[in-house]
Design a protein around this ligand. Sequence first.
Ligand code: PLP
Length: 386
Amino acid sequence: MTQGLATRTIHAGETADAHGSPNMPVYNTTTFRFASTADLLDVVEGRRPGSLYTRYGLNPTIQALEAQLASIEGAEAAWAFCSGMAAETSVFFAHGRKGVVCIGDAYGGTLELLATQLPQLGIETHLILGHELDRLEPLLESGSQLVFLETPSNPALEIMDIASVADRVHRHGALLAVDNTFASPVNQRPLELGADLVVHSATKYLGGHSDLTAGAIMGARELLAPVFGWRKNLGSMIAPETGALLSRSLRTLTVRVERQNRTAQTLAETLVRHPRIERVLYPGLPGFPGHELAARQMHGFGGILTIEVKGGGTAATRVADRLRLFILAPSLGGVESLVTQPCTTTHHGLTPQERARRGISDAMLRLSVGLEDPEDLIADLEQALA
Ligand SMILES: *Cc1c(COP(=O)(O)O)cnc(C)c1O
């Protein structure tokens, strides 16, 4: 019987340490000693698993972390990286050289990489919006082999149907990669819905404490194999100390995210009734456009909600500046609640016209709900909105 997710976050990747430690120690070393050349060649040529060189990921701390990362997404294997962007870059280089289609809103760095940097290397990229899905088939027919999407999207929390897109992508022999950072595997497991690869900024929910930068990809061994060389030679390996810290954080992932889901739902239900708020975007609200789809494909609605303040961009800035408990900072997924005004941070690089085309208004504030008492968070929002 497959164990539950909470059990796996704690016990996957467990190895018997020589001293009986229940946790994999931090192997803070760059290299490993061999008894003989024959012994070394056995590892180099893959005849036996073993530790070799940390940048390759052949380090027990990193390998234990990767077993844990694979297990939480229900994947055959996982590679850990030094950041979410490092993970994405390696996936695009390994699988996207014949063209990448990105559907909907993605993280700002992802959009920049796809819109300006990969094309400089001659890689064709296409950014289409969630309501332009009719453009997908022609792009797949013209040779794009990797489709990338993020759901729920940032910051409007648009929900995309992973199973349906996976089906359309597979009919053309292409691959679907999903950035699962916003949902976390507690709330959504894209591989079970038909996606081929999952990408994470582990800097967010997986790390969960705003104190480490890391990334991961999960999927079938066969699809991860070509990514290995890119990670190795781009030098995108996570440091063993950071890997151990991430591994520790993963053990509390389910309790953190379940609590964040509950608090976000409470905040959303309270804020919809607030006279100074125009709109609350949260997949857990029955009136939200993606609610039914989210209820079908997700196990929880997540810890992020976006509010639109009455009075436009200046009013939203005033609220952001007046919040005391919510920290004004551009990240998410940590134990502390954060607020960000997308037009000044994550989407600052887009022109006002492009933001409008993507439905991102200046009046939006994105709230990442932490683990504080919900009453204190509500009180903070009420004083800032007053
Ligand atoms: C933060 C983020 C990234 C980039 O991750 P880093 O760890 O900062 O490199 C990618 N995707 C999403 C959805 C993110 O929120």
